[in-house]
Design a binder for this molecule. Structure first.
Ligand SMILES: Nc1nc2c(c(=O)[nH]1)N[C@H]1C(S)=C(S)[C@@H](COP(=O)(O)O)O[C@H]1N2
Ligand SMILES: [Mo]
Length: 513
C-alpha cells in the first residue's frame, strides 16, 4: 500500500505538469462515469446527491488500496509478479486517461510515471523484506539488503514521507497552473446590460420561512456535471467557434468580443432532467449574456422552418461534453443566451466560466453547456450528444412541476395555521395556478407570488389549518397554456420525472391544559 501511495503521489505531481484531468484516479473515475448507464447514474445521484463525485473517487482509491495490498503480499513471495501488477495498473490508468475526450498523448504520462514509481518502491520494499540468503562468497552472512524490523520501518517511513511531499508539491503546482484562469476571472468587469431584466415586482418573493428565495444565490445553486475536476479556463485565451452545416460565415469569438456585444439580463430557471419529483436540482438565477439567436443569424443560420439544413445545435465544452439543442427552439424568439454573468458576478468556475449556454424551457442536458468552446450545426439524424448516447431523450422540454419546500417531509408542525409553500416551474410556458390537497381531499387554490415572466419559477403558499394526526400533502401546478401537471408518476429517464410532489407530516396533539 505504501508503494501504491507513492505511485499515486508521483502521478499527482506529473498530472500537475500535464493536465489535472489526467491524474489516474480522476481519469479512471471519468472513464467510469462515461460508461455508466443512465439508471446507475440516476441511482448514484439519488443516493449521494452532489457528493456522488467524492463517493466515486473514494471508491477508486479504496479499490486501488485493495489491489495494492494484494500486490504487496504477492511481491513478498514473488517480486516480479507484484511488480507486474503495479505496472499493469499504471497501464490501466494510462488507457483510461487516453480514452477521455480531449485527451492527448501526454495524458498517459501521470499513470505511467505512477505505475513505474509504484513498481520501483514495491521492488525496494519487497527486497528489503527478503529473508537473507547467504551469499556464496560470504557463507553464513545475510545479503546486503536484508533489514530488520526497525530498518524496514525507517525505509517505509522515508518512502511515505517522500511520496507525501511529492503529492503535496503536485497539489501546489496544480493550483499554480490554474492561477491564470483565476486571475482572468478576477479581472472581468461585467458591462451593464443593454437590456436589463425587468424590475422584480414587490410580491415576487413571498418570504415565507423555509421557502426557496426567488433568486438562488450562486453558492446554493445546484451543480450537475460529469467533471471530476472543475475546468479552470483562462478567459484571455478562450475562444468560441461557430460552424457546421448551413453556416455561411463561420465565426470565432474571443471573450472580449463577446463582452463588447449588447448584453441582455434575464431571470431564467434552470432544471436538471435528473431531478426527482420534489428534488433539489433546480435553481433560478439572473443571467447576463449575449443573445444566441443574433450570433447564429450573423453566421447565416436559418431555422428548419425557414429551410435551414441543420436542426441540431451541438455545444461542446472544453472537457469534451456535448449537448444538443433544437435550432428551431434557439431561434424562436426566446432568450437563449451565451451567459457570462450569474447573479451579478462572472460565472463561477463550477457553473461554466467563462461562458455557458442557457435556454429557457429546456432541461440542462439539452441546452446549458458549461465551459463552452464550440457550437456546431448539424442534424439530430447525424449526431447523438453525450447523454442521448446513454439513453436519454434527444429533445427534452421542461415538464411542469410544483415542489413543496415547507413544511419539510416528516416535519412535526404544531396544530393550527401552517403555511404550506413552495415553487412551481414550467419554463417558457409560465405558471398559472398551484393547488394543494390534504389526505386526498379537494384541491385548494394556493396563492401565487407576483409573476416575473414565463421563464422563471413562481412561488406559492397555502394556509393550512392543521389538525393533529398524520397527513399527506400534495401539490400540483397548471402551466400558462392551461395544462395541469400530470399526476402519473414516471422516473427521470428518459426525459424528466412526472407526478405530484407528495409529503407526509405528523401534527402533534394539542397540549392538554
Ligand atoms: N460541460 C458540461 N456542461 C454541462 C453539464 C456537464 O456535465 N458538462 N451538465 C449539464 C446538466 S445535466 C445540467 S442540469 C446543467 C447544470 O448546470 P449547473 O451545474 O450550473 O446547475 O449543466 C449542463 N451543462
Ligand atoms: Mo442535468
Amino acid at each position: 500500500m505504501a508503494a501504491g501511495f507513492a505511485g499515486l503521489c508521483a502521478a499527482e505531481l506529473t498530472a500537475a505538469a500535464a493536465r489535472p484531468e489526467s491524474s489516474p484516479v480522476t481519469a479512471v473515475g471519468g472513464a467510469v462515469v462515461d460508461r455508466t448507464p443512465a439508471f446507475v447514474k440516476d441511482w448514484a445521484i439519488r443516493q449521494f446527491g452532489t457528493a456522488d463525485k467524492a463517493v466515486l473517487l473514494t471508491g477508486v482509491v479504496v479499490l486501488l488500496a485493495c489491489v495494492a495490498a494484494a500486490a504487496g503480499m504477492l511481491a513478498v513471495r514473488r517480486r516480479a509478479a507484484g511488480v507486474a501488477v503495479a505496472g499493469a495498473f499504471g497501464l490501466i490508468g494510462a488507457a483510461a486517461a487516453l480514452s477521455r475526450p480531449e485527451a492527448g498523448a501526454r495524458d498517459a504520462l501521470p499513470s505511467l510515471a505512477g505505475g513505474a514509481v509504484a513498481a520501483a518502491v514495491l521492488l525496494l520494499l519487497a527486497t528489503a523484506l527478503r529473508r537473507p540468503r547467504p551469499a556464496w562468497w560470504q557463507p553464513g552472512t545475510g545479503g546486503a539488503w536484508a533489514l530488520d524490523r526497525r530498518g524496514f520501518g525507517r525505509l517505509l517511513a522515508a518512502a511515505l514521507a517522500v511520496s507525501a511531499g511529492a503529492g503535496l508539491a503536485g497539489r501546489r503546482l496544480g493550483a499554480f497552473g490554474a492561477a491564470g484562469a483565476t486571475a482572468s476571472r478576477s479581472a472581468v468587469r461585467l458591462p451593464p446590460p443593454a437590456s436589463p431584466a425587468p424590475p422584480l415586482p414587490a410580491g415576487a418573493d413571498l418570504r415565507v420561512p423555509g421557502l426557496s428565495p426567488f433568486l438562488t444565490p450562486n453558492a446554493d445553486f445546484y451543480r450537475v456535471d460529469t467533471a471530476l475536476v472543475v475546468p479552470r479556463v483562462d478567459a484571455d485565451t478562450w475562444s468560441l467557434r461557430i460552424h457546421g452545416t448551413g453556416v455561411d460565415r463561420p465565426l470565432t469569438l474571443s471573450f472580449a468580443e463577446l463582452l463588447a456585444r449588447p448584453l441582455v439580463e434575464r431571470d431564467i430557471t434552470l432544471a436538471c432532467v435528473s431531478n426527482e419529483v420534489g428534488g433539489p436540482y433546480v435553481g433560478n438565477a439572473r443571467w447576463l449574456g449575449v443573445p444566441l439567436a443574433g450570433l447564429l443569424r450573423e453566421a447565416g443560420v436559418r431555422p428548419p422552418s425557414q429551410g435551414g439544413p441543420a436542426d441540431q445545435l451541438v455545444a461542446r465544452s472544453v472537457d469534451g461534453m456535448t449537448l444538443g439543442t433544437p435550432v428551431e427552439t434557439v431561434l424562436d424568439g426566446r432568450d437563449a443566451l451565451l451567459a457570462i454573468g450569474m447573479n451579478g458576478e462572472p460565472l463561477p468556475f463550477s457553473h461554466g466560466f467563462p461562458v455557458r449556454m442557457v435556454v429557457p424551457g429546456l432541461y440542462g442536458y439539452v441546452s446549458a453547456c458549461k465551459w463552452l468552446r464550440e457550437l456546431r450545426l448539424t442534424t439530430f439524424a447525424e449526431y447523438d450528444a453525450y447523454w442521448v448516447r446513454r439513453g436519454w431523450a434527444e429533445r427534452a422540454p421542461v415538464k411542469t412541476q410544483a415542489r413543496i419546500d415547507t413544511p419539510r417531509p416528516f416535519a412535526k408542525p404544531a396544530p393550527g395555521r401552517v403555511p404550506v409553500a413552495g415553487v412551481a416551474w414550467a419554463q417558457h410556458r409560465g405558471i398559472d395556478r398551484v393547488e394543494v390537497r390534504v389526505d386526498g381531499g379537494p384541491w385548494q387554490q394556493a396563492r401565487l407570488a407576483d409573476p416575473v415572466g414565463i421563464d422563471t419559477w413562481r412561488q406559492w403558499v397555502w394556509e393550512w389549518d392543521a389538525e393533529p394526526g398524520s397527513h399527506t400533502l400534495e401539490a400540483r401546478a397548471t402551466d400558462g397554456t392551461g395544462t395541469p401537471q400530470t399526476g402519473k408518476r414516471s422516473g427521470t429517464v428518459p426525459d424528466g420525472a412526472t407526478g405530484w410532489h407528495t409529503i407526509t407530516v405528523r401534527v402533534p396533539a394539542r397540549p392538554t391544559p
